[in-house]
Design a protein around this ligand. Structure first.
Ligand SMILES: [Zn+2]
Ligand SMILES: [Zn+2]
Length: 372
């Protein structure tokens, strides 16, 4: 078990030579075959990481996906390794619907721990092998919530066109072929649309919806009806014109980025260490924060800014924010579904009218930051 735990995520000192994925896989197979190791409930034998042995069932598949991007060694080809491992897991009769403590199944946890450029092939491989894309986690979020939320969290505006296209096609496929519902509400009443209010994710999400033959305006109205949020057309138009004016008024001088000199740690999803950026309306209620998960691990998270769109230190370091905007004892500035509603309508109009044609242009328009 120790061999697998240490080698799948990428051993540093544990193994003397650097094996390729094939070598590690054949060693793994031997352990499974000769030693009778249980590939579905491996952690019955593990007491690391604060878990009591057997408290949370972790299959070999989950372990590999979970650790995919945390330790990165040049000799390791994570995609090849993971694909080989999925084959092994299938042969071993792995449980594709096994949940972690957050209720995430392996196919959903792919988006938590790996780079978007790997999502398409790993998710498709798991789906072909029979994993269900319709499971929801403990918060009621489905795979579309998770995909779009992590894209919003990283807001990787330097994403290549190939990767962007692949993600759009993945989302389209999940909706059309696998019946994932883009209007699925989580326990807070939020849909994947609400997870998409960031410059890069919003454009990709809208493109995928159109390719899936969705009528975005009707989808927005359906969400409004469900959450009893309603804004008159004249109100939405005035918000839209205000957004357009803001884009043109402070063009060029708007860009502001929160810097962090402390950390050299990078987000495993995008490989970057940018901390936070200022955004224009309607995208200023959420920010992409580089959050400290523990001493050795950071990750971009998609979280509420202060009401004026400014940076909230609570997202990065809990209970450290000095700004008194949160109200009561709340640690962050949650917004109503009604507020999210007008923001989605305005964001859609910006996309419809061609202002957010691709990730880099969307970033320029929303954050005032040009490439190079
Ligand atoms: Zn990131
Ligand atoms: Zn704050």
């Amino acid at each position: 078990v120790c061999f697998i735990e240490q080698t799948w995520p990428g051993a540093e000192d544990r193994i003397p030579t650097f094996p390729g994925a094939e070598d590690v896989l054949s060693m793994t197979r031997r352990l499974l075959d000769l030693c009778g190791m249980d590939s579905v409930r491996m952690n019955q034998f593990l007491t690391d990481d604060g878990f009591e042995a057997g408290e949370e069932p972790i299959s070999i598949l989950r372990l590999a996906l979970h650790n995919f991007g945390i330790l990165w060694d040049p000799w390791w080809d994570p995609l090849a390794a993971t694909k080989l491992l999925i084959n092994t897991a299938i042969q071993e009769g792995t449980d594709f619907e096994q949940r972690d403590l957050f209720g995430l199944t392996p196919v959903v946890s792919v988006t938590r721990n790996t780079e978007p450029r790997f999502w398409v092939s790993i998710v498709e491989k798991l789906l072909e092998a029979g994993a269900s894309p319709l499971q929801v986690d403990n918060d009621g979020c489905g795979i579309l919530h998770h995909i779009i939320r992590q894209l919003s969290a990283c807001n990787d505006h330097e994403m290549s066109e190939d990767i962007a296209e692949g993600l759009v096609n993945l989302i389209t496929n999940l909706i059309t072929r696998y019946s994932c519902d883009p209007l699925l509400s989580d326990l807070a009443g939020e849909t994947p649309f609400d997870e998409a209010l960031a410059p890069v994710a919003w454009g990709l999400w809208c493109r995928a919806l159109v390719l899936a033959n969705r009528n975005i305006e009707e989808d927005l109205i359906a969400q409004d009806a469900r959450s009893r949020a309603w804004h008159s057309e004249s109100y939405l138009q005035s918000k839209y014109h205000r957004a357009l004016k803001l884009i043109h008024r402070d063009a060029g001088s708007f860009f502001y980025e929160q810097e962090d000199s402390e950390t050299s740690l990078r987000c495993p999803n995008c490989g970057k260490s940018n901390v936070w950026q200022l955004r224009r309306e309607p995208f200023n209620c959420f920010g992409s924060y580089l959050t400290k998960i523990n001493a050795e691990f950071v990750q971009h998270t998609y979280a509420y800014n202060h009401r004026d769109g400014s940076y909230c230190n609570n997202i990065r370091n809990p209970n450290t924010c000095k700004v008194k905007q949160h109200g009561g004892n709340k640690t962050y500035c949650k917004r109503s579904l009604s507020e999210l509603s007008w923001r989605k309508h305005v964001a859609y109009r910006l996309w419809r009218d061609g202002l957010l044609p691709n990730p880099s242009q969307a970033q320029l328009v929303v954050s005032g930051f040009a490439e190079g």
